[in-house]
Design a binder for this molecule. Structure first.
Ligand code: BMX
Length: 287
């Protein structure tokens, strides 16, 4: 496969699916479809490939960035509340059968971490990436290498005695549920809007979420001591959220806190990351 061969990159998240044609110059075509939660993987793939139909014959391999866990080409959910993937769905085999092309698959936040490392806020350096959206995803680049497998599943860490997943007490889903519990019909976007208008109940929900992410950043610094933590996702990039995280993060004695900075590639981080990982996998040469 030559360097300029285009890759079909597919990013299946808990809420939406991005599909793009990516060559060595970057994204050439793109489309977004919703991830209909009750449809299941066959229909999610169908929706992605029908969006890519106009680009047929223009790509030579497929890179999949998916919410959930990928092992030996099979796909499973770690937290079905984020997306109900059946255990060990044969993702690579299914995609290679559908396209007759080589395919790779990695976790969506790991792909985004690689994208931000190679083309975004990472500037080619090591980083820990966090995406706060439907869940909390994460990716770790250390020593210039992307850590794969379960590495980065910070959303599944437990933050309290009740064993609740951290993401079920931080993410957009939690914010909407907490607003409803307090008698307000508001999704996460609305909670941020009400918070910026000075509504105390909404400001408290944003602060609670930001404080828990602040604690996570402190724990990541203690565990991995990366040069920077890059924050992305619909919640992570929401107005004022990063400032709240930095303000509410517990100190680490005399050690300065690792900088928390904004992701630069937005929703495209996973697509650009997995396209580059696919290029490396299929041609042994990347970037
Ligand atoms: C969950 C887990 C992660 C994923 C993260 C963010 C599932 C289905 N997903 O922790 O693999 O990276 O959510 O997912 O178990 P997103 O859909 O919010 O991008």
């Amino acid at each position: 496969m030559t360097d300029d061969s285009a890759i079909l990159a597919v990013d299946i998240g808990g809420t939406k699916t991005l599909v793009a044609l990516v060559d060595a110059s970057g994204m050439v075509e793109e489309a977004t479809v919703s991830t209909a939660r009750d449809d299941g993987p066959d229909r999610w793939l169908e929706a992605a490939f029908s969006a890519a139909k106009p680009w047929q014959g223009r790509f030579h391999g497929v890179g999949l960035a998916v919410t959930g866990f990928v092992r030996n080409g099979c796909w499973s959910a770690m937290n079905p509340a984020t997306l109900g993937i059946p255990p060990d769905y044969p993702l690579i085999a299914r995609v290679e059968a559908l396209t007759s092309l080589p395919a790779i698959a990695v976790n969506d936040a790991q792909a985004a971490a690689w994208g931000e490392h190679a083309f975004g806020a990472g500037r080619g350096e090591d980083l820990v990436f966090l995406t706060i959206s439907t869940g909390i995803g994460g990716g770790i680049v250390l020593g210039g290498r992307l850590q794969k497998g379960l590495a980065g599943h910070f959303g599944l860490t437990t933050d309290g005695d009740d064993g609740a997943f951290l993401e079920d007490r931080v993410s957009g889903r939690w914010m909407a549920a907490e607003a409803r519990r307090q008698g307000h019909e508001a999704d996460a976007r609305q909670v941020f809007a009400d918070a910026s208008r000075g509504e105390t109940w909404a400001m408290d929900i944003v602060a609670a979420s930001a404080q828990r992410v602040g604690r996570l950043c402190r724990n990541i610094q203690l565990a991995l001591d990366p040069p920077r933590i890059v924050l992305g996702g619909g919640i992570g990039l929401a107005e004022g959220f990063i400032d709240r995280v930095s303000a509410l993060r517990p100190p680490l004695g005399a050690v300065p806190p690792v900088p928390v900075c904004r992701a630069e590639l937005g929703v495209r981080a996973g697509i650009l990351g997995v396209a580059n990982l696919a290029r490396i996998a299929f041609s042994g040469r990347g970037r």
